[in-house]
Design a protein around this ligand. Structure first.
Ligand code: KG4
Ligand code: ZN
Length: 320
């Protein structure tokens, strides 16, 4: 079975081809980051228009990359939730058109669930059950994956996402959007103990980043040039400790031995370093995707789409 998958939930237009053995056959992605940079964040209307402009080119190039014709496709998978409504509509409408034209089935995929399984693309030994941390510009969630049909949220942010906080702080430092990766590099050369970050605590394992954001934005204004790396270091190491601590505790409580990362922020060298150390201490296995699969991509949508189709988790495409 060959699945053509489509991801347009935010600012990346991505199309991929995968098979039912979870192998990637090809794909093509156009990032809109440079189109939104001057606004300091994603502009939904602009994102919808860019998806419309790019989606046919992405599909043609993905098919070329896989060496396939559109008539070879047996299944269409598309991101249906969560995401920006206009951008999602572009992807779903396009996917419906292909499925209708070829008279083949179409399956919906939850974007966060797809990030949760994205470590499986390159780590073939990883399969459920495992515990996943999805950390991106839009999400910070710890998800238990006992099987491909169950995605159980164990903890999530009550306000902002970790990536959103990093991007806002980076912007206040004069770094262009999305600045998470630049802050991560600055963090490596700074002193992580220079500033004490106020970390919120809840009775459960949920996160909150909005208070830290306010604190950080107030403090950024007072920084000298030579203090900036120390500030980035305290912030990125502090946040990495914060999410890793909850993740490890949930893994121990649930007796999960395998931990997977997903989402744009899971590219963070600091987060990977902090989490690797903690996993070693507790004898847990840590899996993460390469950068191409950390960010928004249609490969993960296709891999989960095939499982959703086999498990009859079709989602309500007709409500779009
Ligand atoms: O998964 P993604 O591409 O889009 C969303 O679904 O949000 O994640 C984008 C986020 C941005 O906030 C970006 O700053 C962050 O991932 N990011 C990083 C790194 N690379 C990307 N954050 C920290 N360290 C990195 N190396
Ligand atoms: Zn995402």
């Amino acid at each position: 079975m060959i699945c053509l998958s489509i991801e347009t939930s935010c600012d990346d237009t991505s199309v991929a081809l995968v098979n039912d053995s979870s192998e990637v056959l090809g794909g093509y992605t156009i990032s809109q980051a440079k189109n939104h940079a001057e606004y300091g964040g994603v502009v939904p209307e602009l994102a919808s228009r860019k998806h419309e402009e790019n989606i046919i080119l992405c599909t043609q190039n993905a098919l070329l990359d896989a060496g396939l014709e559109v008539s070879d496709v047996d299944l269409v998978a598309v991101t249906v939730y969560p995401g920006l409504l206009g951008p999602l509509l572009v992807g779903v409408s396009f996917a419906k058109g292909i499925a209708m034209g070829l008279n083949i089935p179409i399956v919906g995929v939850n974007h966060v669930e797809a990030h949760a399984i994205s470590s499986m693309i390159e780590n073939k030994e990883l399969s459920p059950p495992f515990l996943s941390l999805v950390v991106s510009g839009g999400h910070t969630s710890i998800i238990d994956v006992p099987s491909f049909s169950e995605f159980l949220i164990c903890a999530q942010t009550r306000d902002d996402a970790m990536g959103e906080l990093l991007d806002k702080v980076a912007r206040a430092m004069g770094i262009k959007y999305p600045g998470g990766a630049v802050l991560d590099s600055m963090a490596i050369s700074g002193n992580k103990n220079a500033f004490a970050i106020p970390m919120p605590k809840f009775e459960n394992f949920d996160f909150s980043f909005s208070g830290i954001k306010t604190w950080a934005l107030n403090n950024v204004k007072k920084l000298d040039e030579e203090e900036k790396n120390d500030f980035a270091s305290s912030l990125v190491f502090g946040l990495s400790e914060y999410v890793s601590k909850n993740l490890i505790q949930i893994a121990l409580n649930k007796n999960r031995k395998n931990i997977a990362l997903g989402g744009g922020v899971s590219s963070s060298k600091v987060l990977r370093h902090v989490l690797s150390q903690k996993c070693k201490e507790h004898n847990l296995n840590l899996y993460f995707p390469s950068s191409k699969y950390c960010v928004d991509n249609a490969y993960m949508i296709g891999i989960l789409g095939v499982h959703n189709f086999k498990n009859k988790r079709m989602f309500d495409i007709d409500s779009f």
